[in-house]
Design a binder for this molecule. Sequence first.
Ligand code: A2H
Length: 258
Amino acid sequence: EAVGPQDYTGIKMKVLEWSQPAQEALAANAEALKGKNVYLVAATLRPETMYGQTNCFVGPDLQYGIYNINDTDAYLCTERAARNMSQQKIFANGRTTIEKLADIKGAAVVGTKIHAPLSKYPAVYVLPMETVLSTKGTGVVTSVPSDSPDDFATLTDLKKKPEYYHIDPEWVNFVEPIPVITTPNYGNLIAPKLCEIKKINSQKDKNQLAEAKEIAYKEGFYNGVMCVGEYDGVKVQEAKPKVRAALIESGEAFVYNE
Ligand code: A2H
């Protein structure tokens, strides 16, 4: 667990098409949402891995809101995150009050089609992850199964048992982890490799996942070299701030602290 302040990158994933349940849940808020681009916002510590996004996760039992940012944009996140944002000059004109346009449960957002910045997939889906914490980040987790053991284990669960998780197999069948970073010890798909080595069978294998996460983080940061995108061949330590800056510059991300 992280202690002290965390410097996250807030990744903006634009809603392309709401799931059927989301459309029904939001029908009553049509007026408030009219003309707004809605973005799911994910807090990440690994902006350099965004080339490998294959989906995004929400907690199916968590409660989310859609918050007014400015004339054109609204963000979907937890209320806790919206309150943090209100103190960080993220809302138009430095507004410090929050303006909620709608309430929506995670389960209803699942199946929504979104655009994930830098991903090779032009559109990806919102999927359920049971271990998303309401007390961390935005409650939205972008999924990079090549480099995050938690993301890979969860995606594998969903592929194995779509009915159990109430998802359409078409939302996951096309998805494969995308090589983003090469490390000398674990190749270019470190998360699947570590899940294999540590015999991780599901998102519930907490202890092995914590170990795998630690190794993946250190290996990627200290020994990793980018194998995709603008910084192909560049060390992760060097590429990370550059990818982050480019995402912020293009308006696809912003600095989010907690
Ligand atoms: B990371 P820390 Cl490729 N609940 O982003 C559970 N996990 C959450 C969360 C929440 N509410 N909010 C953010 N996270 C995840 C990418 C990534 C991440 C990679 C590899 C490792 C990794 C893609 N998922 O995190 O406790 C997010 O996943 C391992 C540390 O604040 C975020 O970064 O240190 C990370 O946990 C933040 O965790």
